[in-house]
Every structure is written in structure tokens, then in C-alpha cells.
Design a binder for this molecule. Structure first.
Ligand code: MG
Ligand code: MG
Length: 254
């Protein structure tokens, strides 16, 4: 018995869930502009979920108060949308969103820069963190070990001397938002649990221009870099297949 391996019906539901997530995230990306509050974006996300008849797995998760996490600049993850948190030119905006459809959850995140970057390093941080996600996905195959994925992600981030977040990791996903096993963003190949076709995982590198150390705001949620350095977060939900990997939350590139 292994509930980490999804049935055909569950995989179909996750494909649909992932498509919905990708569609909504693409719309949210267009809404991120100077002068918009993070709560405005969350309201749009909630409205789109409702119109699709899907549920919000983030809402109420361990008490989280909204349908989406929106984290700015040195905030890495778990930012709570707020009407008084208004986006400015050059901000790094991370959108981390989940969709539950027919009981099955997908999870995906991205970071973008609004307008002109304040520093060319910001653009690089985003592109290399996204590249590390792609390398992690490329490492996935039937029989892969979590350490193989971790090492592939780490190789890219280490090359650029980024802070690789250790206290937060990728994870199995599907019936629950967070299922086993953990998928760290650092580690050694040929270590960790084996994964097989039919499992669904969220790979989610988080990196900073400074330290790997984090601190949590008094709100109990917002996680930021301990040294205030800028951070990036990219995530996809991936189905492990006999051939390799199917990215369930893939967005159409515009
Ligand atoms: Mg996520
Ligand atoms: Mg996740």
C-alpha cells in the first residue's frame, strides 16, 4: 500500500487542477503592477478559483488567512496579502498559489520583477533560481532519489553563490498540500527516499542574494531572509512518469 502513488483518476484530477492553477497564475501575473496591493491580487485569485468551481487549499491551512501567499523582496515565502502592502517599481513579487479540484491539490510559485529592476543582480537571481527548478525537474525519473533532485537544484544555485534556503523544502503533494517525502534544495545524489512513477511532488527552490538563514515576522507567517537580502522562489507540481516527468502546473509562455 502506498498512497503516494496516485491512481489514474487522481492523476486526471491533478492535471485539471494544475491547468487551472497555471491559468489563474498567468492572469495574476498580468495584474501585478505598481500601485496594486497584494490583497488586490489575492481577491482576484479567489474570484477566479470560485468561477472555476475549485477550492483554495491554502485558505485555513494551519490557520493561513488567505488563498495565496504573496511575498515581496526580502520576504521569501508565506507573505499574507494585505491592502496596505502596495507594489512599487522594482519590487520582487513572489506568488505562491494552490488549487484543489476533485479532492486533488497542485502547488506552484514564481517570482517576477515589477518594471525596471533596482539592480541587475535581481534579474539574474530570478533567472538562475528558475533554472535550478528546471534542472531539478530534468533530474526526475522513475526511480529517482530525493537527493538526486536536491543535488541538481543545488548545483545551479551554488554556482552563483546564492543563499539556499534550508529550513523550507519541496514535498509530495496531491491529497494533502504537504505530503512526504521532503524534497530539499541541497543535498547529495544517491541519497534519500526513492520515488517512482505515479508519485506527485512539488519542487520549489528558494534562494537569496545573501544568507540561507531565515527569520519569521511577528505575524507568524512571513518568512524573510535574515540579512534582508532579496529572494526568489519558483515551484512546479510534477508527476513522475516512466519516461521522466510531466509538469502539471506548466504555464503557456507569453
Ligand atoms: Mg507553493
Ligand atoms: Mg509547495
Amino acid at each position: 500500500m502506498n498512497t503516494q502513488v496516485k491512481t489514474r483518476t487522481e492523476i486526471l484530477a491533478m492535471r485539471e487542477s494544475g491547468k487551472m492553477l497555471a491559468t489563474i497564475l498567468s492572469d495574476l501575473i498580468k495584474s501585478v503592477e505598481v500601485g496594486v496591493s497584494t490583497k488586490d491580487i489575492a481577491i482576484l485569485a479567489a474570484r477566479e478559483l470560485k468561477s472555476l468551481g475549485a477550492e483554495a487549499p491554502f485558505l485555513g491551512y494551519q490557520g493561513f488567512p488567505d488563498v495565496i501567499c504573496i511575498s515581496l523582496n526580502d520576504e521569501i515565502v508565506h507573505g499574507i496579502p494585505r491592502p496596505d502592502k502596495v507594489i512599487r517599481e522594482g519590487d520582487l513579487v513572489s506568488l505562491d498559489f494552490g488549487v484543489k479540484w476533485r479532492g486533488m491539490i497542485t502547488d506552484s510559485a514564481l517570482t517576477l520583477i515589477v518594471g525596471n529592476p533596482r539592480d541587475p543582480q535581481h534579474r539574474q537571481l530570478l533567472s538562475y533560481t528558475e533554472a535550478s527548478l528546471q534542472e531539478g525537474i530534468a533530474a526526475v525519473h522513475d526511480g529517482v532519489r530525493t537527493g538526486d533532485i536536491a543535488a541538481a537544484v543545488e548545483r545551479v544555485l551554488k554556482k552563483h553563490d546564492y543563499g539556499i534556503i534550508r529550513d523550507l523544502v519541496g514535498h509530495g503533494v496531491g491529497h494533502q498540500l504537504h505530503e512526504g517525502p521532503n524534497i530539499p534544495n541541497y543535498g547529495r545524489a544517491n541519497t534519500g527516499p526513492w520515488l517512482k512513477a505515479g508519485m506527485t511532488i512539488a519542487i520549489e527552490p528558494m534562494a537569496t542574494l545573501g544568507t540561507w538563514k531565515i527569520k519569521v515576522d511577528p505575524d507568524g507567517w512571513t518568512v524573510r531572509s535574515a540579512d534582508g537580502s532579496m529572494s526568489a522562489h519558483f515551484e512546479h507540481t510534477v508527476l513522475i512518469t516512466k519516461e521522466g516527468a510531466e509538469v502539471l502546473t506548466l504555464r503557456n509562455q507569453s
